[in-house]
Design a protein. Structure first.
Length: 266
């Protein structure tokens, strides 16, 4: 057998032993709705809550989000429960506004190659170093993703978490095809943590637990999971959102899996 010299590959993604969960409703709909999810998230001892205030909807007649009103709800409820808040910013014109209300700024899949937005978010967060969660586009390659990350980091903020949220393929059984290989590839090619959004690729809530377990097993640094107090009444993404009870059960199961890997869920 010929000797092959394979260099050791440092596991750069294993930055900490923590797996951060970004849980919360797809859209912030009312103070009561967000409060109910926050109570659940805080009772589990988690750190972050997510929610959409500016929503990128395919159809302009669909619910577009509460805008600044939604940001106010997030800030008040987040502070009340000691939770950090994460929300999407869709427009360069809203970057300062969003930055003034929340702890983390999300770039959605549909803005994957909106380079002006990436630069503006990098500029707005350059001093605060607030986390930027940068989602992969529906048809974005990993090399395009890593290249464009520099639009943010070159402005002075390295605090970027990359988020795989499923890509478009020929498959229609799921909403998007979750590319779990993003975990090892990003760990090999980048120093940024990798988050797996398990809700948007699933499209249906019964698939969410399996995808979440797969993400933890694959070594993801973080998960995004949508949770709504009453999913059938949700104003966006109802079919894929977990109820608080389902989320509690899933976090219990993920904690066992994480512990087996020497990690903990936060
Ligand atoms: C979301 O996180 O609610 C969202 C709209 O995600 P994506 O950009 O991945 O579709
Ligand atoms: Mn959603």
């Amino acid at each position: 057998m010929s000797a092959v010299n394979i260099p050791a590959i440092p596991d750069l993604g294993q930055l900490t032993d923590e797996i951060t969960i970004f849980a919360g409703p797809c859209s912030v709909e009312s103070p009561e709705q967000f409060e109910e999810v926050a109570e659940c998230v805080a009772s589990l001892g988690l750190t972050w809550i997510r929610g959409g205030a500016f929503k990128p909807r395919t159809n302009p007649h669909s619910f577009q989000g509460l805008g600044e009103e939604g940001l106010k709800i997030m800030k008040a409820v987040g502070e009340k429960h000691g939770l950090l808040t994460l929300t999407e910013v869709m427009d360069t014109a809203h970057c300062e506004l969003v930055h003034s209300y929340v702890d983390g700024l999300q770039v959605g899949a549909r803005n994957f190659q909106n380079f002006s937005l990436l630069k503006k978010i990098g500029q707005v967060t350059a001093e605060s170093k607030k986390m930027v969660l940068y989602k992969r586009g529906l048809s974005g390659s990993m090399s395009e993703w890593l290249a464009a990350t520099d639009y943010i980091t070159d402005c002075g903020n390295d605090n970027v978490v990359l988020c795989e949220r499923g890509i478009r393929t020929f498959e229609t059984a799921t909403r998007f095809t979750l590319d779990i290989a993003a975990v090892p590839v990003i760990h090999k090619q980048s120093l940024h943590p990798i988050c797996i959004d398990v809700s948007h690729p699933a499209g249906q809530r019964d698939l969410v637990p399996s995808l979440a377990k797969a993400a933890v097993a694959a070594g993801a640094d973080s998960l995004m999971i949508e949770v709504h107090p009453n999913p059938p009444a949700a104003l966006s993404d109802g079919p894929q959102q977990l109820t608080p009870a389902q989320f509690v059960q899933l976090v219990d199961e993920l904690r066992v899996l994480a512990a087996a890997l020497g990690k903990r869920i936060v």
